[in-house]
Design a protein around this ligand. Structure first.
Ligand code: ZN
Length: 272
């Protein structure tokens, strides 16, 4: 009886935390028309995008140059939002897949692959600005919390199953249930990580567009990277699918965001 009550309370709090972990701002919705336009554009753009040869020196130069252009506006935006981490540490990974990420303590890692696929400085800037968006909106902390909630829910579920199995096996040591709980925790953590992304990914794109707009950068040039990611999203090699929605939906969301940002002259949307 006591155990059941505890389990229920743990699930109830898990539901609350998941509900609190959406986007900070109200984001524009995409409709079927936006999506089908994006789909035909991506299809017309052709299959797998190609990477180009760049030296280590060139990779560092383009990352530094792109960062220098967006940094003042990004810092200002972060302080205006007042919810996330505004001191960032940038790292370059030699990973050639099309990905970047934001992790605790303001760490932003950009893969070499981003620069290999990017066609101009704006495309590199939009990726860095997207990761800054995750930091500025405090997605990293809420994402970690979701991961823990996922681990907790998984542990409770499989732990309960293990307890039942133990009962039928007349095993009073609790070892079996303990093992099941540990396995369940790992499973739940993986599920928690995936479900954390979607809303917050759209918000990170929106914030990236605001940062580039306020930096006086060409949003239409930056848009090319959304097309590249959508083209690459059908391929297993990208690595992007693990953590980012990269299909035509993302391109459609970008276009909606940019239209809104241009109309508002770079203002942040209302809080959610
Ligand atoms: Zn992201």
């Amino acid at each position: 009886m006591v155990l059941q009550r505890r389990s229920f309370m743990a699930f109830a709090s898990a539901g609350c935390l998941c509900g609190c972990a959406g986007a900070v701002h109200q984001l524009p919705q995409i409709d079927g028309g936006n999506l089908s336009l994006a789909q035909s554009e991506v299809q017309a753009a052709g299959g797998t995008p190609s990477r180009h040869q760049v030296s280590d020196e060139e990779v560092r130069q383009i990352l530094d140059a792109a960062l220098a252009r967006i940094r003042p506006a990004a810092t200002q935006l972060c302080h205006e939002m007042q919810v996330g981490v505004c001191v960032w540490q940038f790292r370059l990974s030699s990973d050639r897949s099309l990905n970047a990420n934001a992790s605790p303590d303001g760490v932003i890692t950009v893969n070499r692959g981003i620069v290999e696929y990017a066609q101009n400085e704006e495309e590199v800037a939009v990726v860095i600005a997207h990761e800054i968006g995750h930091q500025a909106a405090n997605h990293v902390a809420t994402g970690q919390r979701n991961q823990q909630v996922g681990a907790l829910a998984g542990a409770i579920l499989l732990g309960a199953l293990g307890a039942v199995a133990g009962y039928y096996a007349r095993d009073t040591s609790g070892t079996m249930a303990g093992q099941a709980a540990r396995a369940g925790g790992q499973l739940g953590a993986a599920v928690g990580r995936i479900s954390y992304s979607k809303e917050q990914e759209r918000e990170a794109d929106y914030l990236a567009a605001v940062i580039l707009y306020r930096s006086g950068m060409d949003l239409d040039k930056a848009r090319g990277f959304m097309v590249t990611m959508a083209r690459a999203s059908g391929r297993k090699e990208t690595g992007m699918l693990d953590t980012h929605p990269a299909g035509p939906e993302r391109l459609a969301g970008w276009d909606k965001a940019v239209a809104e940002i241009r109309a508002s002259n770079g203002r942040l949307p209302q809080r959610a």
